[in-house]
Design a protein around this ligand. Structure first.
Ligand code: CDT
Length: 313
């Protein structure tokens, strides 16, 4: 039986500790550049940074949309403040994935992530599709989760991009909880999916034990990696931002579903895996050979219904 030839990729996750509302973008970019260099020195060719990496997780705050745009959104990428990160990528020969709030020339707002190759060129872009939270003000809640107020649903779909010879899928934070996300990426032959997240430690809707916030995060990633025979690298922004705690637990997960690297802090921390991209091949050829085993004719409800309804007649 043929054995897939190993294909090595040094993958790093650069977890971030808090970015407080008063922190300057320039200082944040310095932190990112330092972690990029650390990752490269440890053998990484691709570094995954978090969702909305340049600012505090501002959807926790109620404010006017114009104020949010002025304080937290980027109108160009790269822009002069972020340019040092692109320069460092080119100088070090390391690609990266970065999340930020995007304000388009047409005035549309998206929760966006880009994929940058080892030459410092943007080769992929994704706008978050599953926006959690609410759009209304909840004055009795300890904090808000206003992604539905500040962002539109992404219009680019779930896409896989070639970056330095690797097929990389992109998604963001809450997307990881939806199996459809990873299946759509796997159907485009993604070998690695990268994502960033900001997951508050507390649930404002019901009294969810804090340990479950970590458990549901990990179980989602591990199941998705295995069921789609892909690597997944997930980067948190975590710790208490202006007093509001978010979970850490950044991980690199193999196509076996096993966690091969995990952060131990809630601060800036780099983890690296020497990922064999061929590791998923056995799964793709056998138990998850989609072409032989999938039965899409029996999955029609997935695209015909959004919410759950009655049993089929
Ligand atoms: N940023 C983001 O999407 N956070 C959400 C919070 C919802 S908690 C179930 C997340 O899925 O982590």
């Amino acid at each position: 039986m043929p054995v897939a030839t190993r294909r090595r990729l040094g993958v790093a996750v650069a977890q971030m500790g808090p970015v407080h509302a008063a922190d300057r973008r320039e200082a944040v970019v310095e932190r990112l550049v330092a972690m990029l260099a650390t990752a490269q020195a440890r053998g990484a060719a691709l570094v995954v940074f978090p969702e909305l990496a340049l600012t505090t997780f501002f959807p926790r705050h109620w404010m006017d949309e114009r104020e949010a745009e002025a304080r937290y959104f980027e109108t160009a990428m790269p822009n002069p403040v972020v340019r040092p990160l692109f320069d460092a990528a080119r100088r070090l020969g390391v690609g990266f994935h970065l999340g930020y709030a995007e304000l388009t020339p047409e005035g549309r707002r998206y929760n966006t992530a880009i994929l940058v190759d080892r030459g410092g060129a943007i080769v992929g872009k994704y706008r978050k599709i599953h926006l959690p939270g609410h759009a209304d003000h909840k004055p009795d809640a300890p904090f808000q989760h206003l992604e539905k107020k500040y962002f539109e649903v992404g219009d680019l779909g779930f896409r896989v991009f070639g970056a330095d010879g690797t097929r990389v899928g992109l998604c963001i934070c809450n997307d990881r909880r939806w199996p459809e996300t990873f299946r759509v990426l796997a159907l485009q032959s993604a070998e690695l999916t990268v994502l960033g997240y900001n997951t508050p430690s507390h649930n404002i809707h019901w009294n969810e034990p804090v340990h479950l916030r970590m458990s549901t995060h990990l179980i989602s990633l591990q199941a998705a990696a295995y069921q789609n025979a892909m690597w997944i690298a997930a980067a948190a922004k975590c710790g208490a931002e202006d007093g509001f705690p978010m979970i850490g637990g950044s991980v690199i997960v193999a196509p076996t579903g096993e966690i091969v690297a995990r952060t131990t802090s809630e601060e800036d921390e780099v983890i690296v895996a020497d990922a064999d991209l061929a590791l998923g091949e056995n799964f793709r050829r056998h138990v998850f050979d989609f072409a032989r085993h999938r039965r899409p004719e029996h999955y029609r409800l997935i695209v015909e219904r959004t919410g759950a309804g009655d049993p089929l007649p």
